[in-house]
Design a protein around this ligand. Structure first.
Ligand code: ATP
Ligand code: MG
Length: 362
């Protein structure tokens, strides 16, 4: 992947422009972490890039970037620029191209995200990003208060990188976050959720959550249950505990969240509960409560039935025994049979179930 990206840099260089790998990829490369997306910065304009790479795409909103897929890897190539005027405390209103790499790097958030690599693998480190990598420190490029006031999403990015890399926040960053955190309220829940999801799913998510709490961000994020999260690596489980109606979820996520919330109130080793809400939902609930997920899996495997069709009796059999046409009573009988089989009040055997129904009927 690195060699492919250096090839891209060489192609841009050959056309007479500067180009560097920048941001997360270089940071993670120096830390020995694998990265999935690669950012490149260059003084070539999008139109010029499309001439160099005929299959490169200019996104609809032209923020001075093109997207290129090369050997199945996504490259975001951004023209050197400075951002002017922030709209909604989030997106730059317009982009002005600049000539020098240094000027482009000044607009970036953290020193560790300004590290660049040229086509010969030389590291360009204008803002002492390497030193901060060595000291495991999240520091802003320039004044922290200004950076966070300009774009409050950077507050969550600071916590996200600290959590992902297990780094500390520089004292100036901590103070500036405390002074600007109210601006988080101006950012869309969708954007906040994206960053929070990254905090909740990274290796050191507990540390990330602690940071959010110690900075007092729970209030401005409107997450009053943030302090209730116990160890779980389930993202949807965390959102179930957070119980927020403000953040956006898909219908599937909403269903899952409400099943997990229900399972949290139940005994997750109970056979009927395991049968109703299933293994996944109960495992997530168990992980939140600190109950062994292995026990849950074992109990689940031992269930007498896992679905209605596992019952050794059919709807036809039941209708015949009760001598009635299909109706709501069938659902009632089914639920009783499921419960009684699961609690071992009757064995899941055809004749046993027929007899059980007959006794119940008479
Ligand atoms: P990763 O891709 O691992 O999540 P990254 O550092 O590459 O982390 P991206 O969101 O891909 O983060 O952004 C690429 C680079 O663009 C960053 O490293 C940073 O230099 C710059 N950047 C991104 N978002 C911002 C922002 N809100 N403010 C300032 N600079 C930013
Ligand atoms: Mg990136």
């Amino acid at each position: 992947m690195l060699e492919d990206s250096l090839e891209i840099l060489k192609k841009i260089n050959l056309a007479g422009y500067e180009a560097y790998l920048v941001g997360g990829f270089v940071r993670d490369y120096l830390l020995g972490i694998k990265s999935n997306d690669i950012d490149i910065c260059t003084n070539a304009k999008p139109k010029e890039l499309v001439q160099i790479f005929s299959h490169a795409k200019i996104p609809k909103e032209d923020y001075g970037a093109v997207t290129l897929y090369y050997q199945n890897v996504r490259y975001e190539i951004t023209t050197f620029r400075k951002d002017v005027k922030y709209k909604d405390f989030r997106r730059p209103e317009k982009v002005i191209y600049v000539d020098s790499l240094q000027e482009d790097l000044i607009r970036r958030d953290f020193t560790i995200n300004t590290l660049c690599m040229d086509k010969d693998k030389n590291i360009i480190d204008v803002f002492h990003g390497r030193e901060d990598l060595d000291h495991k420190l999240i520091r802003t490029v320039g004044d922290s208060y200004h950076k966070f006031s300009e774009d409050a999403l950077r507050i969550l990015r600071a916590v996200r990188f600290a959590a992902k890399l297990h780094f500390s926040l520089d004292p100036e960053v901590i103070q500036a976050i405390k002074d600007t955190k109210h601006l988080l309220r101006k950012i869309s829940y969708e954007r906040k959720r994206e960053e929070l999801d990254k905090v909740f799913t990274c290796n050191h998510n507990q540390y990330g959550i602690k940071l959010l709490l110690s900075l007092g961000l729970d209030k401005d994020l409107e997450l009053s249950h943030l302090g209730d999260i116990n160890y779980t690596d389930s993202l949807i489980g965390i959102w179930a505990v957070l119980n927020s109606s403000l953040y956006p979820f898909t219908n599937n996520e909403k269903k899952l969240i409400s099943s997990i919330q229900d399972a949290l109130k139940q005994d997750n080793l109970d056979p009927y509960q395991l049968y109703l809400n299933g293994l996944y939902v109960n495992s997530v609930a168990a992980s939140i409560k600190g109950i062994s997920q292995l026990d849950v899996a074992e109990q689940y495997a031992k269930l007498a039935i896992h679905k209605r069709s596992d019952l050794a009796i059919t709807a036809e059999d039941i209708l015949k025994i009760f001598d009635q046409p299909a109706g709501p009573f069938l659902k009632e009988i089914y639920e009783k049979l499921e419960k009684d089989v699961l609690y071992h009040r009757v064995v899941n055997d055809h004749y046993a179930l027929v007899k059980y129904c007959m006794d119940y009927y008479h």
